[in-house]
Design a binder for this molecule. Structure first.
Ligand code: DP6
Length: 357
């Protein structure tokens, strides 16, 4: 089993702008994760408590790097994505997240946040997962909170649920804590942690980018609508719990076929809940279905390849690393070779620089 302690403070602890010995700035990097058992539906919107547990693989591609520097003077938080100033809802989400950190740190200083994303933002390729995981690590450090990865996972969750999983490398489970007696207990118990997988599994996720543009409906809005109106949501959430138990056993056995079968049915089930929402939410495009057909053909040709899709038309195909080139060729014939990326299991979030530079 792979266990990591990903958060290491590498830089010297600097005198914070507000005093108190906290670092004045920090830079962190995090990778996206792709859920094999999906998170779809919240039971508490404010605390971002999910209806059911989810399980993902952190990728070794598309890292997000985020720097947080505390401002000495007055004025609002300043946020840039790839050098472009954030405004509107994107800015509000970051500022709201920083407010949580400030509250916990007991500090008022505003911050300058600079994010570099290497994944297309908002295209269902998990940019919010890597983004809020990197922000959680950088912001907590900049504000002087020396937290363990589990606490940072809880914090990242408040930014975007799936970000709780990007704190850790490899295969990761996010606990819903649905059995907790009170909302406070659930808040404390809803974090992610690595799960065991056989060393011989050696998986790859081949990403076929069908459309890199931002989606029309955010996953946040779509899952709210699904929970509120889809008659299929309850049954899917219940079966997802069974899928998760079966997947954990398959990971320990190193049974890639079972992992893939469970992941594919769980994802298709999630999309079925959306299609049954009123009005329907449909992320899958004709090109998505063409890729799914290609995956089926690969299986018929004896290649263990299984598809999963998130809140967008792009397809991620789980296979053995030894088969990844063949799978990439097959998907490249549909979407173009330049739109295919092969990913392996990646590392957890980590601090690059905890100094004041
Ligand atoms: C389909 O984590 O983006 O990718 O918590 O509202 O920010 P919020 O949602 P988000 O949802 C991800 C949904 C998913 C499935 C998954 O990653 O588990």
């Amino acid at each position: 089993m792979r266990r990591e302690h990903p958060i290491a403070v590498l830089g010297p602890e600097a005198e914070g702008v507000g005093g108190g010995g906290a670092a004045a700035g920090a830079v962190a990097v995090a990778h996206p994760n792709i859920a094999l058992i999906k998170y779809w539906g919240k039971r508490d919107e404010r605390l971002v408590l999910p209806v059911s547990d989810s399980l993902s693989m952190t990728l070794d591609v598309f890292p997000t790097t985020t720097g947080v520097r505390l401002k000495a003077g007055a004025g609002p938080d300043e946020v840039t994505f790839n050098g472009v100033s954030a405004s509107g809802e994107a800015l509000r989400r970051i500022t709201g997240f920083l407010d949580l950190v400030r509250e916990r740190a007991g500090r008022d200083a505003r911050a300058v946040v600079e994010t570099r994303n290497t994944v297309p933002t908002g295209a269902g390729l998990a940019s919010s997962a890597s983004g809020f995981a990197a922000l959680a690590v950088a912001a907590a450090t900049a504000y002087g909170l020396r937290w363990e990865p589990r606490e940072l996972s809880r914090l990242a969750r408040r930014g975007s649920g799936s970000a709780s999983r990007s704190l850790f490398g490899g295969f990761v489970q996010w606990h819903s804590a649905a059995e907790a007696a009170t909302v406070e207990e659930a808040d404390a118990a809803s974090y992610a942690e690595p799960v065991a997988a056989a060393a011989g599994l050696d998986p790859a996720l081949v990403v076929a980018v069908v459309n890199a543009g931002p989606k029309e409906v955010s996953s946040r809005a779509a899952m709210r609508q699904t929970v509120a109106t889809s008659p299929l949501f309850g049954p899917w959430a219940a079966s997802s719990g069974e899928d998760l138990t079966a997947m954990r056993a398959a990971l320990v056995r190193g049974d890639l076929e079972a992992v893939g079968e469970i992941a594919e049915r769980n994802a298709l089930g999630m999309h079925a809940t959306m299609l049954a929402a009123r009005p329907a939410v449909r992320y899958l495009s004709p090109a998505t279905v063409t890729v799914l057909d290609r995956v089926l053909q690969l299986r018929r040709a004896g290649v263990a390849a299984y598809a999963t899709m998130d809140a967008g038309p792009n397809v991620k195909v789980l296979c053995r690393r030894a088969d990844a080139a063949r799978v990439a060729d097959a998907l490249g014939a549909v979407v173009g070779a330049s739109s295919v990326v092969v990913a392996g299991p990646g590392p957890g979030a980590r601090l690059l620089d905890g100094g004041d530079s």
